[in-house]
Design a protein around this ligand. Structure first.
Ligand SMILES: Nc1ncnc2c1ncn2[C@@H]1O[C@H](COP(=O)(O)OP(=O)(O)OP(=O)(O)O)[C@@H](O)[C@H]1O
Length: 874
């Protein structure tokens, strides 16, 4: 029979049950211990030793532990490793536990300290400076379905921002891709949720609870003043708030009033487009090499976070884009002002995140210091900008938010030392002169310290022992120490010293005077600590009461940093301000790809700028040319230019006119893509299907070698049909790169399609890629020349040459791959023809009176119908 679990094990198991899927950090003295499977997971993720302790059910219990004082670093690694952690703290002292046991009549010696889970630490609920990346937002999102409409609530509890939105079920993946949340919460058993979501009870996602909770949180009678929130939005908000409440064990973090995100105000991009354009991270998941990394010149973490948000969700409305552009232009024109602004911002701490910690009750004296310094810097920035001529409308709106904190900064200035510590418990952060009583207590301590120093000198004199020292440690407090050989003098009964401890080479003593002085220090120290603690609470209260105004200041600082950073980037790279227009055009002169250009510059090479002119009469460009010729680069650079323009940035071009797009699509051919579980060709087709069903005449689409993941004939046929569909039905602006020369014949039937190619030359047998775009179809592929360039052995290339000669001869004789396509009706006509055949089938079916058919007639009819349908099969 297994032994009964110990009381401690019982307590552990109950807490573990409460922790559910989270690892349980069980506080034991100076350590957080983990047991059973939790210990195995943690020892693997943290690479720490797995030991065991006692037995449970006859088996040794696996265990590992981390010291409390360095727990943050371990937590960070566990969270990065995809774990969630429940922190179980001791919630009473051993003395209290004993007293409780005594009261209940239990043996005092076995009294167990009560423990409770005080917090769940999860990827989306972090506020600690050490656990957060300064330049990345940390979002928590909650999603749910209310009668077919999806509600999405997202917040960044490190800064308090909260956004609610609604979308169609098909839009959920794109919304989540845009948010890039660290953690997603969804109702139990909802299969449309991402599999790695945190699932919570369905009852948490009730819209009326969401509404009531938000009103309560912000002290409002109605939410109408904040925006128009739909039921799905409020249901998602309810799920989000319930999860935060659960994670914080009843304490909600800092949340600003929610903002409703309106549909149609932003440029829509799906997950595949984001991935292929490498906007925030590259396809390998790294920031270096992304668009963001190549344009981020922000000098503050908050600015970098805002820039990432701007790039993830560019705008689709001209007014706000122009406002952002005007501010970038103002700072671009004036390098001196820009330099001053950036210098001020550089020394501003992260006010938003410090505020987030303070409001969440996890703030430190250092956080108060950061709020003080950040607000002071904001005021200086306001003074600087207010004195500058030609302020833009955005700046005029931001300036008031930079000031208005005079009373608070004065208070913090007077109250805090210049660099307050991160530890609140040791005091030392309240400035001298702020509180006379505190100063007195400190004076008492330092007088006593001086008295102790004087005692040391006196005792040396009196005993004649020059090596006598007064020391201090955590266990004994103050004591007198002499080398063992002199101990006898102090051991004498009338010496005035009392023996405390004998060490290897030294002996320790106490004296009445020393004890008195030490007590004075301890008492004064204790009172001083209590006084500082009370001041800390008051100051926190002051900051909390102004939290919305402080958050507005933090947001204004971030926006100005983004604008100044973009202006800096524009002047570094000679970028231009784009003209934003409503018509569906994209006219780029001397456009460049910011990431490729920077990479080439590092290698000492020059990027060849190219023009792009898409408009109603020429909205689809078919681009051919050799491998490595620069087709993909050209496609992407134009997509990025449009994206940057709509995010309110200058663009890497000599001149740019950008017609606002509602959606941006980017697809790369199958083999360029990383395998994602499905066959690469399947992925390509799924993504192409999404474009054909969603792109509009306001969208911009780049398609790179669609169809190359399958056989030549299938690939060509698909590419042909896709180009026709985009041209005839979607009517989007589109750049289409292809290796199929045969597609050039589409120019004969599609009037808004034009042919282009990237230029190359063979010179003295070598291939020279000019990376220059020219009009007209590509003359040949240069595939073999590229293969030679890449180092394919000579014999293989020359063998390929003879195979190619044969193939080309065959093509000349038969008319090639596209022979016969001349007679093919246009896409729209073909689609119509399909409908007709389908209708014939329907008509015939309609004529049938099933009740009167004999079995023989039925069989014949089946053959007839099959025949009819046969003409539509392929
Ligand atoms: N405009 C340019 N100026 C200078 N170098 C360029 C330019 N465009 C591309 N390149 C260089 O050529 C390389 C290949 O470009 P890219 O991938 O765009 O070619 P591609 O035509 O799409 O090739 P493939 O058909 O093989 O996919 C780039 O990595 C870059 O180094």
């Amino acid at each position: 029979m297994a032994a009964k679990p110990t009381p401690m094990m019982e307590q552990y198991l109950a807490l573990k049950e409460e922790a559910g899927g989270a690892l349980l950090f069980y506080r034991m003295g100076d350590f957080f211990e983990l047991f059973f499977d939790d210990a195995k997971v943690a020892s693997r993720v943290l690479d720490i030793a797995l030991t065991s302790r006692g037995e449970h059910g006859g088996e040794p219990v696996p265990m590992c532990g981390v010291p409390v004082h360095s727990a943050e670093g371990y937590l960070a690694r566990l969270i990065k490793g995809g774990c969630r952690v429940a922190i179980a703290e001791q919630v009473e002292t051993p003395e209290e536990a004993k007293a409780r046991a005594k009261k209940d009549g239990r043996p005092v010696s076995k009294a167990l300290v009560a423990r409770d889970i005080v917090r769940f630490v999860t990827a989306g609920t972090l506020t600690e400076e050490a656990l957060l990346e300064p330049r990345r937002a940390n979002l928590l999102a909650a999603i749910c379905d209310v009668r077919g409409a999806i509600g999405v609530a997202a917040c960044d509890i490190s800064t308090g921002q909260m956004v609610l939105e609604e979308c169609a079920p098909e839009g959920l993946a794109a919304a989540l891709a845009r948010l890039g949340a660290s953690e997603v919460v969804a109702p139990d058993g909802w299969d449309a949720a991402p599999p790695d979501a945190t699932f919570r009870p369905t009852g948490d996602f009730a819209s009326d609870r969401g509404e009531a909770k938000l009103k309560d949180l912000h002290g409002l009678a109605t939410l109408d003043g904040l925006g128009d929130f739909s039921r799905p939005m409020l249901a998602a908000a309810a799920g989000l708030l319930a999860y935060l409440d659960h994670a914080g064990r009843g304490t909600l973090p800092f949340l600003l009033p929610p903002v409703a995100r309106e549909a149609g105000t932003h440029l829509a991009m799906d997950e595949a487009t984001r991935a292929s354009l490498e906007i925030l991270v590259t396809q390998r998941g790294e920031r270096a090499g992304s668009l963001l990394a190549s344009i981020d010149r922000c000098v503050t973490g908050a600015g970098a976070r805002q820039l990432a948000e701007d790039l993830a969700a560019p705008l689709a409305v001209a007014g706000p884009i122009e406002e952002r552009l005007a501010l970038v232009a103002r700072l671009h024109r004036d390098p001196l002002l820009r330099g001053d602004v950036r210098a001020l911002l550089r020394s501003a701490p992260d006010v938003g995140r410090a505020l987030g910690r303070i409001v969440a009750d996890r703030g430190s004296p250092r956080d108060l210091g950061q709020v003080r310094d950040g607000l002071a810097e904001a005021r200086r920035l306001r003074d600087l900008l207010q004195a500058a001529p030609d302020r833009t409308s955005l700046l005029d709106r931001l300036l008031p938010a930079l000031g208005g904190h005079g009373a608070l900064t004065d208070l913090l200035d007077r109250a805090l030392v210049p660099s307050p510590p991160t530890e609140r418990g040791h005091g030392g952060f309240i400035a001298e002169g702020y509180d006379a009583a505190l100063d007195e207590l400190r004076a008492t301590s330092s007088n006593a310290r001086r008295a102790i120093a004087a005692l040391e000198a006196r005792y040396r004199d009196e005993t004649g022992i020059a090596s006598l020292k007064v020391k201090h440690n955590g266990v004994l407090g103050y004591f007198i120490e002499v080398p063992a050989k002199h101990a006898d003098t102090l051991m004498a009964p009338d010496s005035g010293f009392t023996h405390r401890q004998t060490m290897a080479g030294a002996v320790r003593f106490n004296s009445v005077q020393l004890h008195e002085e030490a007590t004075r220090i301890a008492e004064a120290g204790g009172h001083a600590l209590a006084a500082e603690d009370a001041h800390f609470e008051e100051l926190v209260g002051e900051v909390v009461s102004r939290r919305e105004a402080i958050a507005a200041t933090a947001a204004a600082l971030a926006r100005i940093d983004v604008s100044a950073g973009l202006a800096e980037r524009a002047s570094e790279g000679d970028w231009c301000r784009p003209d934003i227009v409503a018509e569906p055009v994209l006219a780029i002169e001397q456009g460049r790809h910011p990431v490729v250009e920077a990479a080439l510059a590092q290698a000492g090479e020059r990027f060849v700028a190219n023009d792009c002119h898409l408009g109603p009469r020429s909205r689809l460009w078919l681009i051919g040319g050799p491998n490595m010729g620069g087709k993909s680069t050209f496609l992407r650079q134009n997509a990025l230019i449009l994206l940057l323009a709509q995010a309110g940035s200058f663009v890497p071009a000599g001149k740019a006119t950008v017609g606002l797009a509602d959606r941006l699509f980017s697809r790369v051919g199958a083999s360029d893509n990383l395998a994602r579980g499905r066959s690469t060709f399947m992925v390509e087709m799924v993504e192409t299907a999404a474009i054909l069903s969603q792109a509009t005449d306001k969208s911009f689409v780049i398609l790179d070698e669609v169809g190359r993941g399958t056989s030549t004939y299938d690939g060509l046929a698909l590419a042909w049909a896709v180009v026709e569909a985009v041209h005839e039905t979607n009517r989007s602006r589109c750049l289409f790169a292809t290796h199929y020369h045969e597609l050039a014949r589409l120019a004969e039937t599609c009037d808004a399609l034009s042919l282009h190619h990237v230029r190359a030359r063979e010179w003295k047998g070598e291939l020279v890629l000019l990376h220059e775009l020219a009009e007209g179809a590509a003359d040949r592929s240069y595939g073999l020349a590229v293969a030679r360039l890449a180092g394919v052995p000579k014999q293989v290339v020359s063998r390929a040459r003879s195979v190619l000669d044969k193939l080309e001869k065959g093509r000349a004789e038969t008319g090639g791959l596209a022979a016969g396509l001349g007679e093919l009706p246009l896409f729209a006509a073909a689609a119509h023809a399909d409908e007709k055949e389908c209708d014939a089938l329907r008509d015939r079916l309609g004529e049938i009176d099933a009740d009167t058919l004999s079995p023989r007639d039925a069989l014949e009819l089946l053959y007839e119908l099959k025949n009819l349908a046969g003409s539509t099969e392929n």
